[in-house]
Write a protein of this length. Structure first.
Length: 128
């Protein structure tokens, strides 16, 4: 089902990205990990991924600013926001930028995979 789907993980916490990347790779996805908003933007400019997992709370450039800049490069790539906290106020700030869902770090990776698959299905329907 993965058909060489490229997933970009943007999160400053390698203790989260490494197991998440490993798990997604075990499901057949091509995963790139970066640890800052700047690196994420550079990767999107290089080669647009099929879907992005983006942490909201990062030093230097937070997830909201990163998402604004990604949307200037590509307005359609599905983005799932990652948050360590269930903060509705913070996720409201990104809803204007067409997010495909929110994955909370305490949740099982299977939940992240379900969000990913649902976002990709929706995205493919919109492209048709």
């Amino acid at each position: 089902m993965t058909d060489e789907i490229k997933v970009l993980l943007i999160d400053d916490d390698p203790d989260f990205t490494q197991p998440m990347a490993f798990w997604l790779k075990s499901k057949g996805y091509l995963v790139t990990e970066v640890h800052s908003g700047e690196e994420g933007i550079a990767k999107v400019k290089e080669s647009v991924p099929d879907i992005i997992f983006l942490d909201l709370n990062m030093p230097v450039m937070d997830g909201i600013e990163t998402l604004k800049r990604i949307r200037k490069i590509n307005g359609n790539v599905p983005v799932i926001v990652i948050s360590a906290y269930v903060e509705k106020a913070n996720t409201r700030d990104v809803e204007d930028y067409k997010i495909s869902g929110v994955f909370y770090k305490g949740e099982d990776f299977q939940k992240g995979l379900s969000l990913l698959e649902a976002a990709l299905r929706t995205h493919r329907k919109l492209k048709k």
